[in-house]
Design a protein around this ligand. Structure first.
Ligand code: NAP
Length: 286
């Protein structure tokens, strides 16, 4: 019987922790606040920003949406980030992607203060992921590991195959998995035979952005698969990178939707709480 690694319960546990921290800041007159920059024109980004607003409201977190028209300039975004960096009432800043042509996401992201970089996109936080120093790590790779552990898996000494080495998920996950003492094999677009690497794996993480890349034929009964892929279908449905029927064979599978993405949002707000604590001079355990 395949274990379906749904994220709802793990996410709720994170929310319980956040809610109690939000309460803890109240006597000091502090309300956690996240600011999101959104350049209009991409419906998916607008949807994700709206979902964060809703969740922030539920958690007692202030949410600022900084919306820009589709013809906004890079300098306008940079100027807003400078203001938000300097605003002591704003504790986290994030940028919804994609941005229109002509605006460099890298340039805009790099302008965010590392102390408020709840998405872990600035050079300082990317370096922290590599070195293991304290920092704000990107939410999705954290969510991948957290989800697996929630279902009782450990990573130490395990053979792990990671499919995808992208900047947002695969690359930071590679570093985090090594710190978890896993033996990690990384597959990418030039890997000729992904199945051969999955054959020896006990745990697989998939973060590519291609539906059905990982198929039932590649599975074995001892494999747990965490699927971080998000692929929007023509009919609006969201599916992952692994075919839905891998569950016929694999030991455990994370669903899409309802898996990594669900926990990612929770971890993002957890990063906000960590950022706030650090800004207030308090140390939170990693
Ligand atoms: P990315 O930067 O585009 O990287 C994609 C990776 O997949 C690259 O390493 C690429 O290899 C590899 N790849 C492409 N085609 C492949 C193939 N045929 N076989 C094996 N590997 C292949 O993507 P990303 O930003 O890391 O995101 C990865 C996925 O995670 C996307 O579906 C994205 O939507 C999703 N995502 C989910 C969340 C969430 O909250 N759940 C958050 C962020 C992203 P090369 O390095 O050789 O080019």
């Amino acid at each position: 019987m395949t274990l379906m690694m749904k994220a709802k319960e793990a996410a709720e546990l994170v929310y319980i922790g956040i809610t109690s921290q939000v309460e803890g800041w109240k006597p000091r007159g502090i309300q956690p606040c996240i600011a999101t920059l959104l350049v209009e024109g991409d419906p998916a980004s607008a949807y994700y920003a709206g979902a964060k607003r809703k969740l922030a409201g539920r958690l007692g977190i202030a949410f600022q949406l900084h919306a820009f028209p589709s013809d906004a300039s890079e300098e306008e975004l940079l100027e807003r980030i400078r203001l938000l960096n300097a605003d002591a009432n704003v504790h986290g800043i994030m940028l919804e992607l994609p941005l229109p042509k002509g605006i460099s996401a890298r340039t805009v992201e790099n302008a965010i203060s590392p102390a408020k970089d709840v998405d872990g996109v600035t050079p300082a936080n990317k370096l922290a992921v590599v070195t293991g120093e304290d920092g704000l790590y990107p939410a999705t790779p954290q969510a991948c590991i957290r989800l697996l552990k929630h279902y009782g898996y450990s990573l130490s000494g395990k053979n792990v195959t990671l499919v995808g080495r992208g900047q947002t998920v695969g690359l930071p996950l590679f570093h985090m998995l090594q710190r978890e003492q896993a033996t990690v094999t990384v597959c990418h677009s030039r890997t000729p035979d992904i199945a051969s690497h999955l054959r020896h794996a006990e745990i697989a993480f998939v973060a590519v952005g291609q539906p059905n890349l990982v198929s039932k034929e590649m599975m074995h009964e001892g494999l747990a698969v965490i699927d971080a892929g998000i692929n929007e279908q023509a009919d609006g449905r969201i599916i992952g990178d692994a075919a839905t029927d891998i569950g016929d064979i694999a030991a455990a599978v994370s669903p899409v939707p309802g898996g990594v993405g669900t926990l990612t949002t929770a971890v993002l707000f957890e990063n906000l709480m960590k950022a706030l604590a650090t800004q207030q001079g308090e140390v939170q355990p990693q």
